[in-house]
Each structure stands twice: as C-alpha cells, then as structure tokens.
Design a protein around this ligand. Structure first.
Ligand code: F6P
Length: 525
C-alpha cells in the first residue's frame, strides 16, 4: 500500500476540524485491532450509557451528563426518567438575564456604580475550564467588542498572594465576586470567598455583599448560609463532574458577564456539535473515539505514558493545564470500575505549552530523549493577524511554519548519512542524529472563535472518556484527592492549637514534626 493511501485514510475532516493521525505508529492492522478492542470493551454501549443518563459514575451513584449542558433547548436527555434539558435552559436563561443586567448597568453595586470587573473564585474544575475559555477568547475580534471596558479575573489559590494579585487595582464599588464551587465546601475557595467578603464589607459595609457577591453551586443551602441570596445563585447538578463543568454556570456565568451570553452560546454550540458527532459517527470517522484509541495504543501498548499538548496559538495557553486536570483526575486510577486492582497502568501524564515557546523549552527531550506522543494544534486564521512590510511571511505564517515542521522532524528524524552529506564533523554526528519515528497527531481548526473553542473542549473531554471506558475504570470520580485534604485538616488543627494555645506538636511523624516545628518557630509573630 502506498504511503498516500495510508495517510489519506488517516485524515478526518468534521465540521471544519481536520485531524491527521498519519504520524502515529499505527497501520491498518493496528487500527483494526484497536477497533476490535473497542468492541470487546463495549465502547458503543458505554457511550450510549453516558448519553442515556445511566449512573456510570458508580462510586458516587451519579449519571454523567455534561453533554446536556450544551444540548439544544428542544432536546431530551433523561436522568432518572426526567428530562434535564429544561432545567439546564432555565439556568442559562437566568444567566442571560443577569449578565445582561450587570453589563447594561441595570444591576449596579451598593454605591450605584456599574460592576465592570468580575473576580471568579474557584479551584480545580471550578477554575481551569473557565480560565482556558477566557484566555482563548480574549483576543477574538467578536469577543473583544463585547468585553470592552470589562475585566474578568480568577482567584484560585489559597495563597494570599493570589488574593493580592486579584484585588490589585480593583475598586470594590465596581467589582462583582462570583463564588464558584460545586460543593461549596472546598477549603481554598471558601477561605478566598470569606476574604473577599471581608474586602467588600470593609469598604462598603456588610449590606453591600448582596449586591457584590453571587454564587454558582449545586449546594444552594450552603450558599444561603454563607450570606449570598439564593436568588443570586446559579445552580448546576450532581450529574456534572467538576472538571466537566465549564459548560454549566461554572463557566457560562463568568464568561457571559465578560463577553455577553450570545458569545458563550456559540461556545456551547461548538461543544454540542462534537457531542452529536461523538454519539453518532462511525468509530472509523469519529474524532474523539480515534483519539482515545490512539492514546490507549500509545500508553498501554507502546508504553509511552506521557502526552504533550502543543497548541500553536498563544490564545490556547491555558488549554494544556485544563486538559491536564480533566485527563489526569479522570483517568489516574488504580482499580477497575468494579474495584479490582488493575494489572496495567492507566492515565496519561499530560503537559504542554504553546508553540513556539515550548520548542525553546522542552522539545529537546521530545526530539532526542524520551518518546512522548505529541498533539499539535494549529489554527488556520489568526485572531490577530500581523503582516509586516518587507517580511517573507506574516507573523501567523511564521508560527504555523513551525506547526507544520515539527511533526515531520519527529517522524522522519535525521540520519547519520544525511549529516555526513552535510559535512558534519564525525564526532558531532551522534549528537546531531534524530532517531525519528516519534508519534504525533495534528489538529487544524479553521479559526479560534467561541464555536471552535467549544469543539476543541468537547473533543478532548470525550477522548478522555473513551480512554477510561477502554481501561475499564471510572473516569468520573476523584477519590485520590481526598487523603491529602484530610491530612491538611489535621495540620490546620495543629497549627491553630500551637499558635493560639501553645500546644505541642503531636501525632505526626518525625519528619513532619521537624518541618512543622521550624515553620511555627520562624513564622511566630
Ligand atoms: O480537586 C478536587 C476537586 O474536587 C475537583 O474535582 C473539583 O473541580 C475541585 O476540587 C473544586 O471543587 P468544588 O467545585 O466543589 O469547589
């Protein structure tokens, strides 16, 4: 078979998104085997189970329906026999109304000023997705028009430096704080929320909180207890996993405040287009399925545990951190969905940086060190094209020259014979040789508008689900984050007892006791 025939079959075009996976270490035979594996793992049935609202997150007894968050208004998606789409749209309509009132100045702060700045407090899934979308939209020409004069910031870390950075230059009179927490119990988020409540109260009086703080949560009881009017709370549901929540009020509210609801609606439509494709396209042409199968091939069969996410777009600089959480929190598991220890490792080590910055950082290792399958993500039309007179190509063409070159450098490498022909001195030849045969895939988007950003998000979300379905794990719980949290509670109690009552450090191992002693001694007032 000619290489062209092979390559042609490995290029998929759907709704403007072009996937080329011909540089994977896979041939027709490999793909056949992977499709057989999908059959044996009941992949189709598992995807249907997700779309049908089955409780596939079995350890939390929940369905997994982030697809309902972006479903058209007239669709029917059931959870426990109830169509959840009307509830979704009720919240979306409420967000549209509220964000328009804030943006138009119909809703003002306690001193009558327009709320032009928003701080969204949240961490993990209540932060990374909205940050990714915000960063991606910031220089989109349409979004810029809607964002004029407004600022959106994100407060995630409990480190007081993050608070200081967030409030720097902001006036509480013109600031709206959105507290985003699925549980409304996350220690970092709640402390940050109390800190900003104090910031507002100290400047404007406690009654100002009602005008300056709103919430996004599934726990409306705790929202009210905190002092936020439940009318100013935007709900979502336990069938939305935190890291899959960017299309709920978690992302839609802050992004609508910044860009207007109409822009965010396009983002939802882009995600929905991929949902439909994922649900109905044959596996041979199904973008998330193919990507998921290839991930399994790389991790479980070829033994490459990491993946580099390399967008050739500065606007996508927060894409890799978001996908890192979605992927690693979803698929880093040690037991099967039935609780049986797995005889193989699951999950990928995801990391990434926009090109070309990454080329000047870690690509050396990818080219000549370890084999790390790469996802190259490119955009045809730049959000902010620059054409300098006298330059050979536009700035975007310059960027994209690298996007096209890197996959071939990885795939073909450079041999000693080629180097000899170039008169490279013998002692340098081993150092300048590139082994090649290093896998990558390329995704080319037509542009980077709200719609395409939604598509990109959904492609990766579903790819990660496919991987989890094939590994036979539960990709939708995250028990692995609990132990550290509970140990931090013990430390917090000890710090309080030692500082306030002078109690000795007790109950910790030698190493932790030593560190805690030093910390307490040297940070005492
Ligand atoms: O990191 C663990 C985690 O539970 C994530 O899954 C979640 O997105 C994040 O913490 C924040 O949780 P919450 O939205 O409940 O504050």
């Amino acid at each position: 078979m000619s290489d062209t025939v092979r390559c042609k079959s490995m290029i998929i075009d759907f709704d403007g998104v072009l996937l080329d996976y011909s540089r994977q270490r896979a041939n027709f035979d490999t793909l056949n085997k992977l499709h057989n594996l999908a059959k044996a793992a009941h992949l189709k049935e598992k995807i249907n189970g997700m779309f049908n609202g089955e409780r596939i997150n079995s350890t939390e007894n929940r369905s997994v329906l982030h697809i309902a968050l972006r479903a058209p208004r007239d669709s029917v998606i059931n959870s426990d026999g109830k169509n959840v789409v009307p509830d979704v749209w009720q919240v979306l309509d409420k967000i549209r109304d509220f964000s328009e009132r804030v943006r138009s100045g119909a809703w003002v702060g306690a001193t009558g000023k327009v709320l032009k700045d928003v701080i969204a407090i949240g961490i993990g899934g209540s932060f990374l997705g909205p940050l990714f979308v915000h960063t991606a939209l910031q220089k989109d020409p349409e979004a810029i028009e809607f964002a004029r004069g407004r600022q959106l910031r994100f407060l995630a870390n409990v480190d007081p430096i993050d608070v200081a950075r967030n409030i720097a230059g902001l006036n509480p009179e013109t600031t709206l704080v959105v507290v985003v927490s699925k549980t409304f119990t996350t220690a970092e988020t709640m402390l940050n929320a109390r800190t900003l409540r104090e910031w507002i109260s100290a400047a404007l009086g406690p009654q100002a909180v009602a005008k300056h703080m709103v919430a996004v949560s599934t726990n409306l009881t705790l929202v009210e207890k905190f002092g936020i009017d439940p009318n100013n709370a935007f709900a979502f549901w336990d069938w939305v996993g935190g890291r899959y929540s960017v299309c709920s009020a978690v992302g839609v509210l802050p992004l609508s405040l910044q860009y207007g609801f109409s822009v965010v609606e396009k983002f939802l439509k882009g995600a929905s287009s991929i949902d439909q494709h994922f649900y109905s396209a044959p596996f041979e042409k199904n973008l998330p399925v193919l990507l998921g199968l290839l991930s399994i091939w790389n991790v479980s069969f070829l033994g490459y545990p990491a993946r580099a996410i390399l967008p050739y777009s500065q606007a996508l600089e927060k894409f890799a951190p978001h996908i890192q959480q979605v992927s690693m929190e979803s698929n880093g598991k040690g037991v099967s969905i039935d609780g049986v220890p797995l005889p193989y490792e699951t999950g990928e080590i995801d990391f990434g940086e926009p090109g070309t910055n990454g080329q000047h950082s870690f690509y050396q290792l990818i080219h000549q060190g370890r084999v790390i399958p790469c996802d190259f993500i490119g955009v045809v039309k730049s959000q902010q094209p620059v054409y300098l007179k006298g330059e050979m190509v536009s700035n975007h063409d310059e960027l994209m020259s690298n996007f096209f070159a890197q996959p071939d450098a990885l795939a073909y490498g450079k041999t000693a014979e080629q180097l000899l022909k170039e008169n490279v001195p013998q002692p340098l030849i081993p150092h300048k040789t590139f082994s090649g045969n290093r896998p990558s895939l390329s995704l080319l988007l037509p542009t980077l508008n709200a719609y395409n950003i939604g598509q990109l998000l959904a492609i990766y979300e579903h790819r990660i689900a496919v991987e989890g379905f094939l590994w036979g794990i539960n990709s939708f719980d995250q028990w692995g984050v609990e132990l550290g949290k509970s140990l931090a509670t013990q430390v917090r109690k000890q710090l309080h007892a030692s500082r306030k009552k002078g109690e000795p450090i007790e109950g910790f191992n030698f190493s932790t006791t030593t560190m805690l002693t030093r910390y307490l001694e040297e940070s005492a007032d």
